[in-house]
Design a protein around this ligand. Structure first.
Ligand SMILES: [Zn+2]
Length: 341
């Protein structure tokens, strides 16, 4: 009898241990539409979630397809995070429908639209016609290339995870704070963040008074990071392939003089390229910028004509081997653009 009791106790302990292990392994399952959202979600969720991205960062996110493997991934997701602003309009509905997972349907707590937490540019004024090309009616969806938006997305993900798993709310908020601190130091340099504070610096960046702040005697020479690397390019005009660099350009004071696409989503034509060559030469354009999933032919042709450099760089995490996470992606872009001037 004593032996039996002991066996029961041992069995009970073993069962409890297995149960605990299973609970740890069965953390939250997050599926994101893009790799940038996945990178930020990983930073915020830490070891409390498994994160999968549908885009790898090497494809054009407008053109993805709802593959069966992706639908399977969505089936047991606890949280779905999308870019929104109709970036995924061609492929998100079939995935969500096919998944039959009510927890991640629009409106459910497990469905998060990251665009609700960011600053949106290019919101069209007036009616939109087919004639205008692939225009997004609620604004430009390529917002992740403004680090301020990356910072805001991290905060929003932490709050959504806290809502889904209140027991881990503190951990998510601590992780988001660490992500923001690391991002602030990469953006402004550690010395300036220490002197002024990350929150205050971003407020100045957002209202357009950062340049003036950096000129104040107390702050002069203190800026480091992306701000210092990009400062010599302020006011430069560039040509981009697609309207996907507007947020990056706006944050660092670059001006997009023209795009190689005659209309969003429409490949370059000879007539359009000739017009761009003329106007961008007159504007003194020295950089033609594009992501790697477009053909570089038009960019090379234009650059040859006007004496500019072509920068082909990933605009999403995973688009190039160096772009291992969100901060590394921004490091890569800032490095490539600033060395091309
Ligand atoms: Zn686009």
């Amino acid at each position: 009898m004593k032996i039996m009791k002991r066996i029961y106790v041992i069995l009970a302990i073993l069962t409890a241990a297995c149960g605990a292990q299973r609970a740890a392994a069965a953390g939250l399952k997050i599926v994101t539409t893009t790799s940038d959202l996945a990178a930020i979600a990983k930073a915020v969720a830490g070891n409390k979630a498994e994160v999968h991205s549908i885009c790898t960062g090497k494809e054009d996110p407008h053109m993805l397809q709802a593959k069966p493997s992706v639908i399977l991934q969505a089936r047991d997701a606890d949280l779905w995070i999308r870019i929104g602003l109709e970036l995924e309009i061609g492929w998100e509905p079939p995935i969500l429908d096919g998944s039959r997972n009510n927890r991640i349907r629009p409106g459910a707590p497990g469905h998060m639209d990251a665009s609700e937490s960011v600053l949106v540019l290019d919101v069209p004024q007036g009616p939109i016609t087919r004639d205008m090309g692939d225009v997004h009616p609620s604004g430009n969806p390529h917002y992740w290339l403004d680090p301020l938006n990356g910072r805001r997305i991290a905060g929003a993900i932490a709050e959504r995870l806290a809502q889904l798993r209140p027991a881990d709310a503190d951990a998510f908020r601590v992780n988001a704070t660490a992500f923001r601190k690391a991002l602030d130091e990469r953006m402004f340099g550690a010395e300036l963040v220490k002197a002024v504070g990350g929150e205050a610096l971003w407020a100045k960046a957002a209202d357009g008074s950062l340049v003036a702040l950096l000129e104040e005697p107390d702050n002069k020479g203190k800026a480091g990071g992306w701000v210092a690397s990009m400062a010599p390019l302020r006011g430069q005009k560039i040509v981009a392939y697609h309207r996907s660099w507007v947020y990056f350009a706006q944050r660092f004071g670059l001006e997009i003089a023209a795009e190689l696409e005659p209309k969003p989503g429409v490949p370059p034509t000879a007539a359009h390229l000739a017009a761009v060559a003329e106007s961008s030469k007159a504007a003194g354009v020295k950089i033609v910028l594009q992501e790697s999933f477009y053909s570089p032919k038009a960019a090379n042709q234009l650059a040859g004509k006007i004496g500019a450099k072509v920068v082909v760089v990933a605009n999403s995490v995973g688009g190039q081997p160096e772009a291992t996470d969100y901060l590394a992606l921004m490091d890569l872009i800032v490095g490539r653009v600033s060395e091309a001037r």
